[in-house]
Ligand binder design. Structure first.
Ligand code: GRF
Length: 198
């Protein structure tokens, strides 16, 4: 049985693309059931139409709801309606509250462009350059109520080169993000299939 995914996005959508590509190629036993964007103009939404117009792309804007909790609930309702088993935050630029986290406890993953716990939050690649680290990378972690603070599931390291710019480092990390995120989703699907470690 394919793992049923709900992917939350806010922007470019290259991680979403990696998931859809792997799934279409049969390299990932998972299906994107729904994509939720908090930005109506997110390029990620256009990628769905090109990849598979049958995947629904739902826009849920924060300013359409009186409270953060109501916004979170609206997203959670859509995910539940589509029978989502794993929620993937792929460049989703909002923090989800404890109500949302409880509804999908242990079933939300996020991809972050640094080796956490170093450089949580925004502009992780720039933070890495400013600190002069020689190695950076990306992390897939479980989402809890803290910012980029949940249990780490997997990491990939990349070198930081002397002449790196934010763009060149981000690009090197992004390639690893795509493989790492797909790999973690594959692993979670495999655990579901076998009923977990014995
Ligand atoms: C990625 O760098 C991801 O790690 C971060 O936001 C970026 C999203 O990129 N959370 P994309 O929208 O998947 O192309």
């Amino acid at each position: 049985m394919k793992l049923r995914l709900g992917v939350l996005v806010s922007g470019r959508g290259s991680n979403l693309q990696a998931i859809m590509d792997a799934s279409a190629a049969g390299a990932l036993d998972a299906e994107v059931e729904v994509v939720v964007s908090d930005k109506p103009d997110a390029p990620a939404l256009r990628r769905i139409d090109e990849a598979d117009p049958k995947i629904p792309g739902v826009v849920i804007e924060r300013n359409a709801y009186p409270t953060a909790e109501a916004f979170d609930d609206a997203i959670a309702d859509v995910l539940e309606k589509h029978g989502v088993e794993l929620v993937v935050l792929a460049g989703f630029m909002r923090i989800l509250g404890s109500g949302f986290v409880r509804r999908f406890q242990g079933r939300i993953v996020n991809i972050h462009p640094s080796l956490l716990p170093s450089f949580p939050g925004l502009h992780a690649q720039k933070q890495a350059l400013l600190h002069g680290v020689k190695v950076s990378g990306c992390t897939v972690h479980l989402v809890d109520e803290t910012l980029d603070g949940g249990s780490i599931l997997a990491q990939a390291a990349v070198p930081v080169l002397p002449d790196d710019t934010e763009e060149s480092l981000s690009e090197r990390i992004l390639k690893e993000e795509h493989a790492l995120l797909v790999g973690v989703i594959r692993g979670i699907g495999a655990v579901k299939e076998t009923g977990g470690p014995r």
